[in-house]
Design a protein around this ligand. Sequence first.
Ligand SMILES: [Fe+2]
Length: 240
Amino acid sequence: MSESPNAQLYLRQLLGGRDFAQSNPFATQMENYVYLIGDRVAQKAVVIDCAYAPGEIADLALEDGMELVGAVITHYHADHAGGQLADQQISGIVDLLSLHDIPVHVQQNELSWLKERTGIDESAVTTHLDGETLLVGDIPLTLIHTPGHTEGSQCILIDGQLFTGDTLFLNGCGRTDLPGGDPGELYETLTTRLRSIPDTVPIFPGHAYSPLPSASMGQVRRTNPVLLPLDRERWLARFS
Ligand SMILES: [Fe+2]
């Protein structure tokens, strides 16, 4: 778990199998991060992605005195939102809604995927376009459409920190060979859609695939091979 230097920003980085779902070996194996983000003054928080043990995750926010007022899903995959993955049925956003009646925020292009894979009722979902902002207390969350890993993947910029789901890891990026994936779109996301993110912005990924829990965008640009300055043809030859 980590704490934000901004006193008003509530930020907890939770690792599956360590901070929740400790008795679930699949959660330990998958190394998913879940984030609780909110406003300490207003005592309101949202969860970014929610899988394996939604009740435990919500309880962690409640134990901190935070009211859970929404969920933001980076993309539809079962290890982030619940559903079937290989031979595993992963608890996720639908189970969270059975405990807490909160809106679920997804990128517009991800709605059909999320409905199909989780069975979520469309009435529980609020869809968003690129650049839209949510307010959690007084903390704005800016949603950035970053297709490639899935059609409606989104990154979330909060108080100068970027939560990237499976779009960008500290080392590497999400695969593009699953349904909805598109290597050409991921190239455009990494080279164009995320180009304006300053080097100083900390990156919080969707998986613990690196020893560090986060790193600055500048550090990631220097060390992550998927951000090498390659033209489209060479990038696709190497990474698609
Ligand atoms: Fe994924």
